[in-house]
Design a protein around this ligand. Structure first.
Ligand SMILES: C[S@@+](CC[C@H](N)C(=O)[O-])C[C@H]1O[C@@H](n2cnc3c(N)ncnc32)[C@H](O)[C@@H]1O
Length: 357
């Protein structure tokens, strides 16, 4: 099914447009001053070691988050955004597809994603993102219901919490409807699509607006020998689809976007209108006896971000679908040792099973 060549443009972090007045820094520079310069809007270029950049970022973090309470979800998010802006003015030199600083990590993505560039700059957070992604890619993740680890390609959303995956896999075990074809909208690293194959679906369509996700799913399908059962599409919701299926699955972003979103934020935050567009079309892609499954969470409600719940709103305001089941599972709290913020205390994930009317 996937033998046709990929006609998509893979996303990568692009070298920033810094101004000409870049300030060069080494481990001898005054770190606190460097942090203030970043915060004031200056671009800084690390000249000697990777650790110099790490040290300046640590000072910048202290400067930006000084006196802020981590329990305040909204205020903390604003500070994170301020830190993100300032830290993206800290630059790293890349030469011959490696970081040109002493004691830097080796990042395979610099080879794979930049064959056209020799000598360029990336920002420290871009490099950190590439590094973290490379580590996940090398290591892979073992998901509930799957035998093989998934190795997500750069820039692809992959879950690091598994509650919704357990919920879906348990639902799949009991699903006794037809299993000829399913479609996974917003497939990310393809985990739900591969779960469906594993639970007996003959073929799945894995679709995402993000091109990197398509490459990721293709690579995994090829690796585990199921390319003929996985059809990938880069598509905004149902835009590129024309087939009816036995099951439409969507694990959408769970939080409403407060500003314009791009890149991987598309996996976390939804723009207004996304659910209206989804529900308007989904029924056209479901066979008579088919189902629609939406995975969701009360995260936005429990944090007071919004009282709105897109699935409840659809059911209350339209008569396009009837609810046939609702499963819930309490989210496992993070271990105390990880010192994570305790936003998840009252969070649960939900599986909404609907049928078109
Ligand atoms: C929360 S992630 C879910 C990923 C995966 N299905 C899972 O369960 O882990 C949401 C996914 O939806 C994709 N997405 C967001 N907006 C989309 C749209 N308009 N059309 C298609 N996919 C979209 C994102 O790129 C992301 O991969």
């Amino acid at each position: 099914m996937n033998s046709k060549p990929l006609n998509i443009k893979i996303k990568r972090p692009e070298p920033p447009e810094s101004d000409d007045n870049v300030i060069q820094i080494t481990k001898k520079s005054d770190r606190a001053k460097a942090a203030r310069q970043l915060s004031a809007g200056n671009y800084l270029l690390v000249e000697d070691r990777y650790s110099t950049g790490m040290a300046v970022l640590s000072d910048l973090k202290k400067l930006v988050f000084r006196g802020k309470n981590k329990q305040d979800f909204t205020a903390y998010r604003d500070k994170r955004s301020e830190f993100y802006q300032a830290s993206n003015r800290l630059l790293v030199p890349v030469k011959d597809n490696t970081i040109a600083l002493k004691k830097s990590p080796e990042i395979g993505w610099l080879n794979l994603l930049y064959p056209d560039l020799q000598d360029f700059l990336l920002t420290f957070p871009q490099i950190q993102g590439l590094n973290s992604s490379w580590q996940w890619y090398l290591k892979g993740i073992k998901y509930p219901g799957l035998k093989e680890k998934i190795h997500p390609y750069y820039g692809t959303y992959f879950p690091t919490r598994f509650d919704h995956l357990h919920l879906f896999d348990n639902w799949l075990k009991k699903f006794n409807g037809p299993k000829n074809l399913a479609i996974d909208i917003g497939t990310g690293c393809g985990v739900l699509a591969f779960q469906m194959l594993n639970r007996g679906f003959e073929k799945v369509i894995a679709s995402d607006i993000n091109p990197n996700s398509i490459l990721s799913v293709r690579e995994h399908a090829q690796k585990i020998g199921v390319s003929d059962r996985v059809h990938t599409f880069q598509s905004d919701l149902f835009e590129k689809h024309d087939q009816k299926t036995d099951l439409v699955v969507f694990n959408p972003p769970w939080l409403p976007a407060q500003k314009e979103i791009e890149g991987l934020d598309n996996a976390i935050y939804y723009e207004s209108g996304l659910f209206e567009r989804f529900f308007e079309k989904a029924a056209d892609y479901i066979h008579d006896k088919g189902k629609l499954v939406l995975l969701f969470s009360n995260l936005a409600e429990s944090q007071g971000v919004t009282g709105q719940h897109p699935v409840k709103e659809e059911l209350a305001n339209h008569s396009r679908y009837r609810q046939t089941r609702l499963l819930k599972r309490k989210v496992k709290q993070s271990s105390k040792k990880t010192k994570r913020r305790d936003h998840r205390k009252n969070e649960f994930v939900e599986l909404w099973e609907l049928e078109p009317k």
